[in-house]
Design a protein around this ligand. Structure first.
Ligand SMILES: CCCC/C=C/CC(=O)SCCNC(=O)CCNC(=O)[C@H](O)C(C)(C)COP(=O)(O)OP(=O)(O)OC[C@H]1O[C@@H](n2cnc3c(N)ncnc32)[C@H](O)[C@@H]1OP(=O)(O)O
Length: 362
């Protein structure tokens, strides 16, 4: 699940350690802590030193980062380290985000533009309905981290082509090295948790421009956005049980609060697909627009919002969200743990095999 085909050899790991020293841009403290934690886990295994005192800030932050990796195996940590360095190198060489204001920075499948006070992150893999592969998860995280710090007032996530996003790339499951499904699932659970954490912690208004159907994780995450604008062509589908999986993106907590437990159960347990109007009625979508005028109307609205004073907007967003943050992090951890187990289940493997052999489609 979620990981590239090969295991990370000691040589890959050694190369990645050298590459880190050659990065042109400072990746920031958060990423450095992640690298430190993965390095320790890869070389020494799970955190084995006593918890430092709270006033020892730097040592405590490092200990927390290492300890958060729990029982992740050395091999999985090595792979995650190699993946992370590879995405940082791509970004550092200008292939990926972040975008400077007024400029455009591209990675293969995630485009970032920053203009008129709006940073837009566009999923750009239309031939695969914008399904999210491992590199895209990393690119989106980097893009969000950069957007959180840039001078734009709001950040937008949207898709190119006829889909918003078809969720997790199911071919990620093909790439599991034989005999190592547990490690792969563990690595994907770490990736999922880090990915969703970026949305929980995002410091300024985050808006989804849902330009077409949305599936899986692209739907569940919507509960963490501050506004969701959808074309009337969009649909919202979370077929987790059909895939032998379980909900993520904090939806097991946010959806029942938002739409009531039974409507949430219809979506998250029974996989009911909602139309845009139905999603609006459940509070998942803020407003629905006719497809013919969708882009024009939504971007005009966003440009007006982006003219508001950025600091005021940011502080208000944080006030609206801060009460729930701790709870959301705990939910995210729990959902990631549950999925880690699901990914090695026969129910999940059978469902993915059916999709990959073209016997099943949603
Ligand atoms: C590490 C974090 C993990 C987080 C976990 C999240 C859980 C989820 O997100 S669960 C949701 C997973 N998504 C799906 O189950 C969708 C699967 N796709 C489909 O059912 C259909 O492709 C479609 C309904 C989206 C579109 O059908 P349509 O007939 O219009 O087009 P297709 O010919 O099927 O698709 C074109 C092309 O795109 C490929 N593709 C589409 N979605 C995915 C996907 N999610 N993963 C991999 N590939 C996908 C499809 O195979 C086609 O590829 P080819 O042209 O090469 O055959």
């Amino acid at each position: 699940v979620g990981g590239p085909a090969m295991r990370a050899s000691q040589e890959d790991f050694a190369n990645a350690m050298s590459q880190v020293k050659l990065l042109k841009k400072d990746p920031g403290n958060e990423v450095k802590l992640k690298l430190y934690a993965l390095y320790k886990q890869a070389t020494e295994g799970p955190c084995n030193v006593p918890k430092p005192g709270v006033l020892d800030f730097v040592v405590k932050a490092k200990w927390d980062a290492w300890n958060a990796l729990g029982g992740l195996s050395k091999e999985a940590a090595r792979r995650s380290y190699v993946d992370l360095v590879s995405s940082l190198s791509a970004s550092s060489s200008g292939r990926a985000t972040p975008a400077a204001d007024g400029k455009r920075a591209d990675s293969d499948h995630v485009l970032v533009t920053s203009e008129d006070g709006i940073t837009a992150i566009t999923l750009n893999r239309p031939t695969k309905k914008n399904a999210l592969n491992t590199q895209m998860y990393h690119d989106i995280m980097l893009a969000l981290k950069a957007a959180g710090k840039d001078s734009s007032t709001i950040t937008v996530l949207t898709g190119s082509g006829d889909y918003y996003c078809s969720g997790n790339d199911l071919s990620n499951f093909k790439d599991v090295p034989s005999g190592r499904p547990e490690e792969s699932a563990q690595r994907s659970a770490v990736l999922l948790r880090d990915f969703v954490d970026c949305f929980i912690d995002f410091p300024k208004p985050l808006i989804a421009v849902v330009n077409g159907p949305a599936i899986g994780i692209s739907v569940t995450l919507l509960g963490l956005f501050d506004a969701v604008y959808a074309t009337d062509r969009a649909t919202f589908h979370t077929p987790f049980s059909h895939l032998g999986q379980s909900p993520e993106g904090c939806s097991s907590y946010v959806f029942p609060k938002m739409m009531g437990p039974s409507k949430a159960a219809e979506m998250l347990i029974f996989g009911k697909k909602l139309t845009a109007q139905e999603a609006f009625a459940q509070g998942l979508v803020t407003e629905v627009f006719p497809d013919s005028t969708f882009q024009k109307e939504v971007w005009a609205r966003l440009k007006a919002y982006a003219k508001l004073p950025p600091n005021s907007v940011r502080i208000s967003k944080q006030l609206l969200r801060s009460q729930e943050k701790e709870r959301l992090h705990a939910v995210n951890a729990e959902e990631s743990r549950a999925l880690q187990e699901r990914w090695v289940s026969a129910e999940c493997h059978d469902a993915i095999a059916a999709f990959l052999s073209r016997k099943a489609k949603l």
